[in-house]
Design a protein around this ligand. Structure first.
Ligand SMILES: [Ca+2]
Ligand SMILES: [Ca+2]
Ligand SMILES: [Ca+2]
Ligand SMILES: [Ca+2]
Length: 561
């Protein structure tokens, strides 16, 4: 690591002559680091018994602040001892699930760490197994007396394996637990409130973060330490703060669309109701941002007409762009007003929890059609001149259905993206990336962009690289990556180039088979050739036949609706 490296979250990949790997998170911290000596062998039953039996003893005596790097093997409990002084406000936070978010062959599909703290008499003082919905625990310790304390970490099920790795950061660190309001409008210059531990100044000037719209991460600093990064959303829509009381239809807070309301489910059982006027046949989109902004709220929203009759209700709405969440707790719905009049929107916690940290942003607006894009995998390797498939996903918002054209915007050194059109109404395609014919030694960083016409204007968005990962044998997630990297296999072997004669989209007809034509090299005519339709995987599109003559491969596709 370069000694001047910025403390930042990096992506580490392995490159060899024949390929480049998937990314792995690698964190460069700014505190002293301790690395647990890693054993290749799991502990013996006798050693496990010794670990499980109190008193907690640790061979490692550490000075705070520190970041501990360790690994959990089957049955292991890692222990660390430190000295602390009365009145110190210590924060311990774990990065484990954040380092390797999903493990395909384990249930649950990540390392589920538990932190415990013991005093010098080996009395358990604190035990924490997560932080809200985040499986990585955060522990706060208000030191009651000078002394020696022992911190332990283990997997909740005492599982262990080489990829159960963790980092524990410990010290009198600032740690943000919530902020209010949890977002603002573009151009806002006010101060927001930061809540948490060891926060030097609870008033935070938002101007720098509010210059552009989008998801931001805010943090604060003491003279010694940086805090965690807390999500904060800057929107193009104006916002306001809820005013209590607003728990029933009579006291509902009057709002004017479009608006984002910054609110809280202030206490267990709090209900927030807003009312607005709407014209007949107008469609309204209602969206909660809470869990996605690290709020513990599990929202549920209800739309009612002027008489209080329920029109529509939503608890959880799947947002596949949130690859790290496994519980999509935020609510979303669209409804069309049946008549002119007053309408109500009610927001609650579905489990009737509440408190200062149960913050939300509630958007009530006309639909704002838009899209987000992912391309997977985030690294591809091919021989020079070869072609690889790429999956492109569109996450459509507020009813947006039109086609999206994907282009390579940094077409470095002759890379070609083919088939980058996501047809109307579809959310996933397979495109192909063809590598340049010459050998390139360095990995190439490519960038893609999608464009679509929305309400008469061309809207463009960068495509976020991602990797498809499996969780616990069954679930699949798209994990965003920082870069898309193409790498030319350094072992030169000839590639048989097959190119479509016409690259325009093909429209299949149910009456007559559709002919596809490809230019192929003469060598292919002398080989036995098998073709397989990879996508779409349906029963109503078949390859009827194929033949080669005059260096043209003809394929007949039959479509049976
Ligand atoms: Ca260990
Ligand atoms: Ca409230
Ligand atoms: Ca209320
Ligand atoms: Ca919910």
């Amino acid at each position: 690591i370069d000694e001047n490296a910025e403390p930042i979250e990096q992506e580490l990949r392995i490159q060899t002559r024949v390929g480049i790997s998937n990314p792995m998170k690698f964190i460069i911290g700014d505190l002293p680091e301790f690395v647990e000596p890693v054993s290749e062998l799991p502990p013996t039953p006798a050693e496990i018994n010794q670990m499980l039996s109190l008193p907690a003893r640790s061979p490692y005596k550490l000075d705070l602040p520190v970041t501990i790097n360790g690994q959990l093997l089957p049955g292991e409990i890692d222990k660390f001892t430190f000295k602390a002084a009365k009145g110190e406000k210590l924060v311990f936070y774990v990065n484990s699930r954040k380092l390797i978010p999903y493990i395909a062959d384990a249930v649950p599909g990540w390392c589920q760490t538990i932190l415990k703290l013991y005093n010098s008499e080996n009395k358990e003082l604190i035990s924490v197994d997560d932080w809200r919905f985040d499986p990585d625990p955060v522990m706060f310790f208000d030191v009651p007396e000078n002394g020696s304390y022992t911190l332990t970490i283990n997997d909740a099920l005492f599982r262990g394996r080489s990829d159960f790795v963790y980092r524990i950061t410990a010290g009198t660190l600032p740690f943000i637990t919530n902020i209010f309001p949890p977002g603002c409008s573009v151009g806002a210059t006010n101060k927001i409130n930061i809540y948490g531990w060891n926060i030097p100044d609870p008033n935070f000037d938002i101007s720098d973060n509010a210059k552009t719209a989008g998801l931001k991460y805010i943090h604060t600093e003491t003279n010694k330490f940086k805090s965690n990064f807390f999500p904060f959303f800057v929107a193009d829509i104006k916002d306001c703060t809820e005013a209590e009381p607003n728990n029933d239809l009579q006291s509902a807070m009057k709002i004017f669309l479009p608006i984002i309301i910054n609110g809280r489910i202030n206490y267990p059982g709090d209900v927030d109701i807003f009312k607005f006027e709407c014209l007949s046949n107008k469609t309204v989109a209602i969206e909660v941002q809470a869990r996605r902004l690290a709020s513990p709220l599990d929202s549920i929203i209800t739309v009612m007409d002027g008489s209080g009759k329920t029109i529509s209700i939503n608890d959880d709405y799947l947002d596949p762009s949130e690859g790290l969440l496994t519980h999509y707790a935020d609510s979303y719905l669209m409804f069309t007003a049946a008549s002119n009049g007053t309408y109500y929107v009610k927001i609650q916690d579905v489990q009737n929890h509440g408190g200062n940290e149960f913050t939300y942003r509630l958007r009530i607006s006309q639909p704002s059609p838009d899209f987000e894009l992912r391309i997977a995998p985030s690294s591809v390797t091919s021989r020079a001149g070869g072609t690889v498939p790429l999956k492109i996903y569109a996450f459509r918002k507020d009813g947006f259905t039109d086609q999206i054209q994907i282009n390579l915007i940094k077409p470095e050194q002759g890379f070609i993206l083919n088939g980058g059109l996501i047809p109307e109404g579809q959310s996933q395609i397979t495109a192909t990336l063809t590598f340049p014919p010459q050998l390139i030694q360095e990995p190439i960083f490519l960038e893609f962009e999608g464009s679509a016409r929305i309400n008469g204007t061309i809207i463009k968005h960068k495509v976020t690289p991602a990797d498809e990962v499996e969780q616990a044998f069954s679930y699949h997630h798209l994990l965003p990556a920082q870069n898309f990297i193409a790498f030319v296999n350094q072992i030169q072997r000839p590639v048989v180039p097959i190119k479509p004669i016409n690259s325009a989209p093909v429209v299949l007809s149910p009456q007559t088979p559709t002919k596809l034509r490809f230019a192929v090299p003469p060598i292919l005519a002398r080989q036995s050739l098998t073709l397989e339709l990879l996508e779409p995987k349906t029963n109503n599109i078949h390859i009827l036949s194929h033949s080669i003559s005059n260096n043209i491969l003809e394929v007949l596709l039959k479509y049976e609706p």
